[in-house]
Design a protein. Structure first.
Length: 247
């Protein structure tokens, strides 16, 4: 039995319709052609995949003008090469005529490279290219901090450690000073504050136990040298002008 749609010579599949007309009816609620007249020209265009990628990235969005594929084509021009993708100049704004540039893909799998090796190299190169994105992702994933919260905490602590009141001095493998570490309660996960590497490591070494910390303080104080009949404070924190004058 033939499809019930006039001039369609395909075999009927369900409810008297061929597979094409049946699918069209279910998807669009209509048996007429739903694709725009230029659909074939768009789909075959070399920039069609790049345009569709912007549609997929709903969280980033695109300008009203670029909802028209041909306006998009006119604005972006020719792709520099197969390994180039579109990026936004300002990530707080949607893709548009004044907010895009072509950049080479972070990493392309090389001949003889297996997927595991490629994935490691991709992650390494992505971290180098987008350190801010990685930081925001990790702050949200590991500590539940929304974007901007870590920066607000740094400002509230005047950029110094919450325990020793000193700025971070430890550096990473590239010689860059590390950010203050996010300290949290390991039982509840609640963020407590920001610490320098020394204090963060030391606190972990004492298992976050107030008892151990007080015992350690008592131990150090009991072994300090006595000068002029008074125990030495051994306080390495920056002193205020009044403290210096009293001393």
């Amino acid at each position: 039995m033939k499809c019930s749609v006039r001039d369609c010579e395909k075999e009927a599949w369900q409810t008297g319709l061929c597979t094409m007309h049946y699918s069209r009816l279910r998807r669009h609620g209509d048996l007429t052609q739903t694709r725009p007249a230029d659909w074939g020209n768009r789909k075959g265009h070399e920039l069609y995949d790049a345009w569709r990628e912007l549609v997929r990235k709903k969280e980033k969005g695109r300008s009203e003008a670029w909802k028209d594929f041909w306006v998009f084509v006119k604005d972006v021009g020719q792709r520099p090469g197969d390994k180039y993708v579109l990026s936004r100049a300002d990530e707080t704004k949607p893709f548009g005529p004044d907010n895009f540039f072509w950049r080479m893909k972070i990493s392309v799998i090389e001949t003889g490279e297996d997927h595991k090796e490629y994935a490691k190299r991709y992650q390494r190169e992505y971290r180098q290219l987008h350190p801010d994105r990685v930081k925001k992702y990790e702050m949200k994933r590991y500590f539940g901090l929304p974007p901007g919260e870590h920066e607000a905490m740094v400002e509230a602590q005047s950029g110094v450690c919450a325990i020793c009141l000193l700025a971070e001095t430890a550096c990473d493998s590239k010689g860059k000073v590390r950010s203050l570490a996010v300290d949290h309660d390991h039982k509840t996960g609640k963020v407590r504050g920001l610490l320098c590497s020394n204090c963060n490591t030391s606190l972990g070494g004492f298992k976050d136990s107030p008892t151990f910390l007080r015992s350690a303080a008592n131990y150090v104080e009991s072994h300090q040298e006595v000068k002029n009949g008074d125990k030495e404070t051994n306080d390495d924190r920056p002193q205020t002008q009044d403290q210096n004058e009293r001393s």
